[in-house]
Ligand binder design. Structure first.
Ligand code: 13P
Length: 282
């Protein structure tokens, strides 16, 4: 149990017919809430933070906290750097002990993306860490600061990318976008199935917030093995805190602390059930 390699978790999910939730956290309370839900439901999970969020939660503080929480968990927990864009940050995460890192070269030309991803794979090797890359372009951006246009993954390009890099996990774009969807997303399951048939690697779905349960289920039954959830966690924490204040349940700081844990727990638990990861850590 405890600190796990992301690659192992995703290969188990491939064999077991479920997906592993990859939950973005911003502070210790969210870490505690997500791990509480994982332990209670006996789910393997991934704790992640994106490079762009590190201006709020510095890596040298949040990183060791994530690692310590994973090591002490009763279920396998991988610790992942989400949307790594600079080699410096990726190196720092590896030094701290993250068991996987994402290099996001989705904005680059495919050959440049391949070359940079190979560089990151070489960097991660001595640490035994897994590497995720992205092909195609997921819409929006992790922190909402830029509205990146979604560009669906080409199955041929995904195959070329995978043959060249042999990356451990591959994020694809099938109509998904980060943040709240302006309109209900219409996921391109035809593209997902073609990519799944073209490459053997576990696939990753970003932009999990706002996707309907039946679409999540269809995704994890069609090759998606890691599902990223960020905005829904932050929103669930805010909602819980607002409602606890409205109900007069918060009389001091530690009630607020407990309320934040509860908000993160509620959201994570709901997703673990939909991803069918419940009981898979037994
Ligand atoms: P959401 O914020 O839409 O859940 O996306 C999460 C994500 O993909 C992080 O990389």
């Amino acid at each position: 149990m405890s600190l796990a390699n992301m690659k192992d978790l995703l290969l188990d999910a491939q064999k077991g017919g479920y997906a592993v939730g990859s939950f973005s956290i911003a502070n210790m309370e969210m870490i505690l809430g997500v791990i509480k839900a994982a332990e209670e439901t006996k789910s393997p999970i991934i704790l992640q933070i994106a490079e762009v969020r590190l201006n709020h939660s510095p890596l040298h503080i949040i990183g060791p906290t994530m690692i310590a929480a994973a090591k002490n968990a009763k279920v396998p927990v991988a610790v992942h750097l989400d949307h790594g864009t600079t080699l410096e940050c990726i190196k720092q995460a590896l030094e701290i002990g993250f068991t996987s890192v994402m290099f996001d070269g989705s904005h680059l030309d495919v050959e440049e993306n391949i070359a940079m991803t190979k560089k990151v794979i070489e960097m991660a090797k001595p640490y035994g860490a897994a590497v995720e890359a992205e092909i195609g372009c997921v819409g929006g951006s992790e922190d909402g600061s830029v509205d990146i246009a979604m560009r669906c993954t080409s199955p041929e390009q995904a195959k070329h990318f995978y043959d060249e890099t042999k990356v451990d996990a591959l994020a694809i774009a099938i109509g998904n976008a980060h943040g709240f969807y302006k309109e209900a997303p219409e996921l391109r399951f035809d593209i997902l199935e073609k990519v799944r048939d073209a490459v053997e690697v576990p696939l990753v779905l970003h932009g999990g917030t706002g996707i309907e349960p039946e679409d999540f289920i269809r995704c994890h039954q069609s090759g998606i093995k890691k599902i990223n959830i960020a905005t829904a966690t932050f929103a669930s924490v805010e909602k819980q805190v607002r409602s606890d204040y409205a109900d007069g349940k918060i009389g001091g700081y530690y009630d607020l602390h407990q309320s934040e844990i509860q908000g993160a727990y509620n959201n994570a638990k709901t997703h673990m059930e939909i991803f069918y990861s419940v009981g898979k850590a037994e």
